[in-house]
Ligand binder design. Structure first.
Ligand code: SF4
Ligand code: SF4
Length: 367
């Protein structure tokens, strides 16, 4: 009996996971279903050769969790995919790009080996940032290097509420990619270094703009390393509390938007909607409220750019049918969907909720 065998054997072949998987939605022939992904575990455990489709299927997953959410017999599909990737990495069979990105995170502190001296290029003179504080702001790699407006708007809103956070001068990638790809020992080592560093600063709360960073620090690090001596909060939760207590007073914005929900925090979809409602923004749900990933994370984008781009276009096409704008609260969704539309010369009106909120509270100067 191998790990997860009993779970996999409990599959009742209902095919519910087929319908919700974005990788399966944009490809023909049902070759890349979640059910088929977990069906390869026996062969992987035995070290047997996989067909190309079987091998691709293991890496054709963003670990968005949509399959976990619908499986009627609670098979932990994303945990099984993570375990399959862990074994394949140990057997030297993971894709070269996955290995390279993991190395970048460990050696250069970002998935794209970006220049660490540019991590804080988003900081402008008007932002009030403390040298030392019990509250720290973590932008995360995708905000810092690709979506600086999110960090600026967030700090402006925090400043307006009287909060002057410090920055983590040795900010690191959270390591979500390592976790998604089963590099758990390396992720644990990485978590230890980052947590020890944050605690050495006397920080009591870390505010994260990226839902991925938020999830990894608050839920994964305690498993990988130990309970943290600081709180972790997603910026949207802070904004919602500030709107509720009257600290932030949004003005009405005349938009109809669709919300590109972030998979790591998909269980708290009411938070972004409450913030949008406070700005009087009308919401038209994407995919009738069903969760469909942007198609970028966990190595799907670098390993299968065409499929990843087709998945991104599902959100773009759907919002254009119903709304003026696509709003997001994940910098990686912004980065991925923005890049795809750029490469196709496709018009895109997409904004992060923190940027929209700053616009609503401060006028267009907030951008
Ligand atoms: S986690 Fe998402 S992308 Fe991966 S198999 Fe499940 S539904 Fe498909
Ligand atoms: S949803 Fe669960 S039970 Fe149904 S086919 Fe997929 S893995 Fe099997």
């Amino acid at each position: 009996m191998y790990r997860f065998q009993e779970k996999i054997d409990s599959c009742i072949d209902c095919k519910k996971c087929w319908e919700v998987c974005p990788a399966n939605m944009v490809t023909e022939g049902n070759l890349f279903t979640p059910q088929r992904k977990i069906g390869s575990l026996a062969k992987i455990v035995a070290g047997e050769e996989l067909t190309q489709d079987e091998m691709d299927n293991i890496y054709l997953s963003t670990r968005c969790g949509a399959c976990d959410d619908v499986c009627p017999v609670d098979i932990p599909i994303t945990d099984i995919i993570q375990y399959e990737r862990e074994l394949l990495a140990q057997q030297g069979r993971e894709p070269a790009k996955t290995t390279a990105i993991s190395k970048n995170i460990l050696e250069h502190n970002s998935p794209g080996a970006m220049d660490p001296s540019k991590r804080f290029d988003w900081v402008t003179h008007d932002l009030e940032i403390a040298e030392e504080s019990e509250i720290a702001y973590m932008a995360g790699c995708w905000v810092a290097y690709s979506q600086p407006d999110i960090a600026r708007s967030t700090i402006r809103l925090l400043n307006h509420a009287g909060i002057k956070p410090m920055l983590l001068k040795e900010e690191k990638c959270c390591g979500l990619f390592l976790i998604d790809n089963g590099h758990l020992e390396e992720a644990a080592e990485h978590a230890k270094k980052f947590v020890d560093y944050i605690e050495s600063l006397g920080v009591k709360k870390v505010i994260a703009s990226c839902p991925g960073c938020y999830l990894v620090l608050s839920r994964e690090y305690p498993d990988l390393y130990r309970e943290l001596n600081f709180e972790v909060e997603h910026s949207l939760n802070i904004f919602k509390a500030m709107i509720n207590d009257g600290t932030l007073k949004p003005e009405k914005l005349d938009y109809t938007v669709s919300v590109r929900d972030a998979c790591p925090v998909r269980k708290s979809k009411d938070v972004p909607r409450d913030i949008l409602s406070s700005m009087g923004v009308e919401i038209k749900e994407l995919f009738d409220g069903k969760q469909v990933c942007c198609g970028g994370p966990a190595g799907l984008k670098p390993n299968f750019p065409g499929i990843s781009s087709d998945i991104a276009m599902l959100s773009v096409n759907d919002y254009k049918e119903n709304a003026d704008m696509l709003v997001s609260y994940c910098p990686f969704c912004m980065h991925h969907i923005g890049g795809v539309c750029n490469s196709k010369d496709e018009d895109l009106d997409m904004k992060d909720i923190s940027v929209l909120l700053a616009e609503s509270v401060f006028g267009s100067m907030g951008e």
